[in-house]
Design a protein around this ligand. Structure first.
Ligand SMILES: Cc1cc2nc3c(=O)[nH]c(=O)nc-3n(C[C@H](O)[C@H](O)[C@H](O)COP(=O)(O)OP(=O)(O)OC[C@H]3O[C@@H](n4cnc5c(N)ncnc54)[C@H](O)[C@@H]3O)c2cc1C
Length: 295
């Protein structure tokens, strides 16, 4: 329960990074080099995503266990319930626990690309709160984080209903909420106020993606429905120069995180996209100190 404890006890900001399992062996080796760099900022924990429908099941576990072994850092595995029976989920949780994984980011997952809506697998769950309950009841040693949506989940009929559903996950035993990426801090702060008004008391951690260029921003807008920061896009588009656009994006993310820290967030979760440069530059601009990491 180191992740849950970190939010209780750390007097510093709880810094975390999110990785995804690379597709190739070369990608895996490159990833460890980037994590080595990122370790200089002493993250409290690192997570690894779980591919749609369990497509990266073994890879996720391998990668995150290896990150833990190499860097002696606390780790969490994402786990989605889509396409799995409850027994499959139990099996994964058992393996994760044996591998020394401290926490689970418990998720429903998206429907497969060829299916317009989410279908319940026979013998499986429908919503993430059920997975949280399973972990709470049967794997109480694991920390549990859940997803929150400052701009509301795309399937929810309203922000209010979505927040009621978020509360179900917290009531089922989640120790913290990590949000979907967003570019307007007002969306996050409004979401946090509404969570508080509902009596949600666990840490609410903003998910931050330093935007690297206008093409990437447009893709993200389509992929996760995030409202695009128009002023930032206009500024990036002043030059068709990748380095310029990246520098503008990093400056934007640093300012976004600075404001969130001033607003009292308990932690920041970086979507590092298996790279180190952008996140390291953001942290450096914010004055985070580096520490040497043994190789
Ligand atoms: C931090 C973070 C990490 C992520 N990592 C991954 C990953 O590794 N792999 C991956 O495939 N996807 C990942 N996702 C995406 C996520 O799987 C999708 O957004 C998915 O559509 C919803 O997952 P959820 O866990 O929020 O679902 P849920 O909390 O189950 O919510 C799904 C929808 O159902 C509604 N709902 C929830 N509970 C109930 C209920 N009891 N009754 C009625 N309605 C309900 C909600 O309002 C929402 O609209 C991540 C998202 C975030 C924010």
């Amino acid at each position: 329960m180191e992740i849950a404890a970190a939010f209780q006890s750390e007097d510093r900001l709880v810094l975390s990074y999110e990785l995804f399992p690379p597709k190739t062996p070369a990608g895996v080796l490159g990833l460890y080099d980037h994590v080595q760099q990122l370790m200089q900022f002493r993250p409290s924990f690192i997570t690894c995503t779980y591919g749609a429908g369990g497509s990266t099941r073994q890879k996720t576990l391998e990668v995150i266990a290896e990150v833990r072994r190499r860097f002696s850092v606390t780790v969490a595995s994402h786990l989605t319930l889509v396409g799995s029976t409850i027994d499959d989920l139990r099996q994964y949780l058992t393996e994760a626990q044996v591998a020394g994984i401290d926490g689970i980011v418990a998720l429903r997952g998206d429907p497969p690309k060829d299916s317009p809506e989410f279908m319940v697998t026979p013998g499986g769950f429908q919503y993430a709160n059920q997975l949280v309950e399973l972990i709470h009841d049967e794997f109480p040693q694991l920390s549990v984080l859940v997803a929150g949506y400052p701009e509301t989940h795309r399937e929810a009929p309203s922000a209010e209903v979505d927040l009621d559903n978020l509360k179900r996950k917290v009531d089922a035993g989640a120790h913290g909420i990590v949000t979907q990426l967003f570019f307007d801090n007002e969306d996050f702060l409004r979401f946090r106020d509404r969570c508080w008004a509902r009596g949600i008391q666990v840490p609410i951690v903003p998910g931050i993606l330093p935007p690297l260029g206008s093409d990437q921003l447009n893709r993200l807008g389509q992929l996760c429905g995030a409202k695009l920061p128009i002023a930032l896009l206009e500024r990036m588009n002043q030059k068709a120069d990748a380095d310029w656009q990246t520098a503008v994006g990093i400056e934007f993310a640093a300012q976004q995180v600075r404001e969130l820290i001033e607003a009292g967030v308990p932690g920041v979760h970086f979507y590092v996209l298996n790279q180190s440069r952008a996140t390291m530059e953001v942290l450096s601009q914010l004055g985070f100190e580096r520490q040497a990491v043994a190789s």
